[in-house]
Design a protein around this ligand. Structure first.
Ligand SMILES: Cc1cc2nc3c(=O)[nH]c(=O)nc-3n(C[C@H](O)[C@H](O)[C@H](O)COP(=O)(O)OP(=O)(O)OC[C@H]3O[C@@H](n4cnc5c(N)ncnc54)[C@H](O)[C@@H]3O)c2cc1C
Length: 330
């Protein structure tokens, strides 16, 4: 039996579905069109009408609802075993999941059991139509190059993608997804038991804002973040930073944008005194509008920017603030 169709594993969050699932379904639509196959959401446990409607809105054409007996621990080992049983039967060509803590734990367990490959933290996914292969791009060799990885000899092809890498887009014409219910009898391997789930405290989270003003080494000193903070406050956003600035101890890691920081996709990203290293771009290139302020007209950041201002940020930013004030926007 040949391998076909694209699966997106559904991760639950609180009472609903984790947003990364909708991002993966949005991307999955273009992948399945390239392959001429179906996009299937794989849901573990009891599927509610609201969950079904949401999955349909982002393009799921079919939902594989895998039953979990009441009282069973929904631990990663159990989910991996159930997923593998479903794979043996349904033979998906591609399996995608979010590179969240759960996705990063579950996907390797599945890949090992199926003896197939897995590419973690992809920043782009494409299809080679001639060979029907998933091209999985991610930073490699210490983040200095972007490598495109193929899993050509074994199936399914598996990849995880961090939240915010792909845009969440509702489909214009949602279809009523066919629900296929599956019940398997796993041999429960209780290596890990969840005793209690404690909700994480709300922390400063730069992935949850529409506007980010980021500062880099070009600030020249830690105090420069006061100016960045002022602009971000006036715009109603949050402060981001390059690793260059974080490594100098000017601001905490929670603010770092990039490959080893957070991946963000705000409506507006203002990069001040940031050169535009590939590892920084990996974390913000999905922003809707990018403005760069840099005194070097050849800085790489200008290649990614929609608007570029060449000049000293200590001259430019106060002028922007003054302009906002005089036009009543601050
Ligand atoms: C494995 C790995 C992971 C990494 N992960 C990340 C990551 O997650 N995020 C990240 O950002 N980096 C990351 N890096 C580091 C990255 O390669 C760069 O070193 C870093 O992004 C540089 O930070 P920067 O742009 O602030 O500093 P610089 O590259 O030093 O750039 C400073 C810029 O400021 C400009 N400038 C100077 N003075 C002024 C002024 N007064 N006004 C206006 N412009 C001015 C300069 O022209 C220059 O372009 C990673 C590197 C590796 C190897």
């Amino acid at each position: 039996m040949e391998y076909k169709n694209i699966w997106v594993l559904v991760e639950k969050q609180n009472e609903g579905i984790h947003p990364v699932v909708f991002e993966l379904l949005s991307k999955g639509r273009s992948l399945k069109e390239a392959l001429g196959e179906r996009l299937i959401a794989v849901f573990f446990g009891k599927l509610k009408d609201r969950d079904k409607a949401e999955l349909e809105r982002y393009g799921a054409e079919e939902i594989l609802a895998i039953h979990i007996d009441e009282g069973m621990d929904e631990n990663h080992e159990l989910l991996a075993e159930l997923a593998c049983m479903a794979v043996e039967e349904e033979r998906p060509q591609i399996i995608l999941a979010g590179a969240t803590i759960n996705g990063r734990t579950l996907m390797p367990l599945i890949a090992v059991q199926l003896k197939t490959g897995l590419t973690a933290d992809c920043t782009e996914l494409r299809i080679d139509k001639d060979r029907e292969i998933l091209l999985q791009t991610r930073p490699a060799f210490g983040g200095n190059i972007m490598a495109t990885i193929e899993c050509a000899d074994s199936k399914p092809q598996m990849a995880t993608v961090r939240p915010h890498v792909f845009k969440m887009k509702k489909t214009r014409d949602p279809v009523k997804a066919k629900v296929k219910s599956k019940r398997y009898s796993p041999v429960m391997r209780r290596t890990v038991r969840v005793l209690e789930t404690i909700a994480q405290e709300e922390k400063m989270d730069i992935t949850r804002t529409d506007i980010i003003v980021s500062g880099g080494r070009g600030l020249g000193k830690a105090d420069g973040f006061e100016l960045i903070g002022e602009l971000s406050r006036k715009l109603g956003g949050m402060v981001g930073a390059s690793r260059g600035a974080v490594d100098l101890g000017w601001i905490s890691h929670a603010h770092q944008v990039g490959q080893t920081g957070r991946t963000v996709s705000p409506k507006l990203y203002v990069a001040c005194g940031i050169s535009g290293a590939v590892q920084h771009l990996a974390g913000m290139k999905g922003s809707e509008t990018i403005i760069a302020i840099n005194e070097d007209p050849d800085a790489t950041i200008f290649e990614a920017a929609d608007y570029g201002i060449v000049g000293d940020l200590y001259d430019i930013i106060p002028r922007i603030l003054k302009e906002m004030e005089s036009s009543g926007r601050a």
